[in-house]
Ligand binder design. Sequence first.
Ligand code: ATP
Length: 273
Amino acid sequence: ASRKNGTSRYVSSFSFDQIGGQDRAKQEIIEALDFIMKPDAISKLGIRPLKGILLAGPPGTGKTLLAKAAAHYTDSVYLAASGSEFVEMYVGVGASRIRDLFKEARQKAKKAGKGSAVIFIDEIDVIGGKRDGGQQREYDQTLNQLLTEMDGIHGSDTPRILLIAATNRKDSLDPALLRPGRFDRHITVDLPDKKGRLHILNLHAANKPLDTSVNLERIASESFGFSGAQLESVMNEAAIYAMREQSAVIGEHHLAMAIDKVMMGEKTDREST
Ligand code: ATP
């Protein structure tokens, strides 16, 4: 999947143009990145550096894509991890993985001759959930390590580190992560509106032969509530239906079936959980 999005392990060639809709989220993140890229001006004014950006919103809306595009935009190396990778049976393993991730980011940036590294942590709520009172959890140490690493980020560092984290459950995050000086910038990444859906459909239709009768605007209207990931799936499923019928082009009815399938899939997923 990462190759499809134009990302090798450490360098992202994925740009903001390849993300459909999400105009506000894109604008907000670009603003924050422009700001980060002026460390001299920032320090002259005595502004504290931005260490982390939190992307919050439902699954499949493009949070990972935004992080990759942020790495590309700032000419940074890109490292990604998921919160669940840090949950381990043995105390301290998660914390040392966090330490290694930041160390690796600095090393990879140096090796690639880049001035900065973007570290993306998906499902941050898994390690950054609220700590309940006296109850010690194994991964408290992991969260503490993450906070320590964030406190160790300085605007004048070379290479510069920017942490981008994503969550579907912002309410459940520990206040320590949301405090000033940690994830200072919170960006909401919502389900796309009709215009956004049309943009996403167009992006994913770009490499597909559509029948001239296909009206993507109508598909955008009919796919109310779909995420970007679901819209990608609609285009892909439609192409599979076309292939089954040995049709050289994707027609309206293939898309209609694909919409039903993606909708049904969602239903079965929900029923089985
Ligand atoms: P999760 O919360 O589940 O990690 P996410 O918000 O990080 O989801 P992505 O991984 O960025 O979602 O998106 C999954 C896939 O869905 C992408 O690889 C892409 O194919 C498609 N997609 C999602 N959002 C968009 C978008 N705004 N524009 C284009 N494609 C999108």
